[in-house]
Ligand binder design. Structure first.
Ligand code: NDP
Ligand code: 8X3
Length: 256
């Protein structure tokens, strides 16, 4: 079974405190990988670590804080430095407003987290992968990186940027043994919509009304699959939807 390739690998997951990132950590842990868990909510990371069947290292930080990213990743204990797999998952949407009505504070948070945070973490980790002669970067993009939907403007722009950065990384690393993958989901039921709507649980529920959305574990399944291919196989892109979804704008909801 190819998942055996993952045993004892060092895997760093950003945004491991919830949703897709937490599911990835659990799946890599079940496959015997050693995990570095990154997010802001340290208590969530501690609880997750206590439930994993493997050794893990907690790195509570905000990926928007370049100095904290550089310090945290630059001072890993020696036995945690040789990161094999980076899952760039930390990200969020804020608001669903027309561009001319949007809140610039929301824009800053999305751009700083989804684009700059991903770049800071990647910049700190990829040179070691190149020097060691192996590694795999898996970016969590989105259908929002392939399409633009009404009021999705800035969030979609950040995910289009993740798509472009992923392609750029793959080109820049083609002469190395480092592989680059994007996993792009459609609707996944996590804390994503609660965060997008600033804690409005009723509005968040509406996003998944009448459909059977993907779960974090469904996305983790694709991440694990991409991560466990043989070294010469580079999965470039994975696009996955709930079977009730065909595009950002084609969603079949019960009763409609
Ligand atoms: P969740 O809100 O459930 O999880 C988001 C994770 O990102 C949390 O662990 C959060 O941790 C972390 N995070 C957010 N901001 C920061 C930050 N500044 N520094 C460090 N960690 C941060 O959402 P999802 O699991 O759904 O989202 C994960 C990724 O998947 C995102 O990139 C999202 O854009 C993408 N995605 C989601 C889809 C969906 O429908 N849910 C579909 C397609 C893509 P903490 O708050 O503790 O810092
Ligand atoms: C999250 C999926 O469609 O809400 O990236 O943008 S969507």
């Amino acid at each position: 079974m190819l998942e055996e390739n993952l045993k004892n690998k060092i895997v760093l997951v950003t945004g491991a405190s919830a949703g897709i990132g937490e599911a990835c950590a659990r799946r890599f842990g079940a496959a015997g990988a050693r995990l570095i868990l990154v997010a802001r909510r340290e208590e969530r990371l501690s609880k997750l670590a206590s439930e994993l069947p493997v050794e893990s290292y907690l790195l509570p930080l905000d990926v928007r804080d370049r100095a904290a990213v550089e310090a945290g990743l630059g001072s890993l204990p020696e036995n945690w430095q040789a990161i094999d797999i980076l899952v760039n998952n930390a990200g969020l949407s804020r608001g669903l407003d027309r561009t001319h009505e949007g809140d610039p504070t929301d824009w800053d948070e999305m751009v700083d987290t989804n684009i700059k945070g991903l770049l800071y973490v990647s910049r700190a980790i990829i040179p070691g992968m190149v020097a060691r002669g192996g590694g795999h970067v898996i970016n969590i993009g989105s259908i929002a990186g392939r399409e633009v939907y009404p009021a999705g403007n800035v969030y979609c722009a950040t995910k289009h940027a993740v798509g472009a950065i992923t392609k750029g990384m793959r080109i820049d690393l083609v002469d190395s043994a480092v592989k680059v993958t994007t996993v792009d989901p459609g609707l996944v039921e996590t804390e994503f919509s609660l965060v997008r709507f600033h804690g409005d649980a009723e509005r968040a529920r509406q996003a998944y009304k009448g459909i059977r959305p993907l779960t974090g574990d469904d996305v983790a399944d694709a991440v694990i699959w991409a991560a466990s291919r043989p070294q010469h196989v580079q999965i470039a892109e994975v696009l996955l939807f709930s079977s009730d979804q065909a595009s950002s704008m084609h969603i079949h909801r019960d009763g409609e």
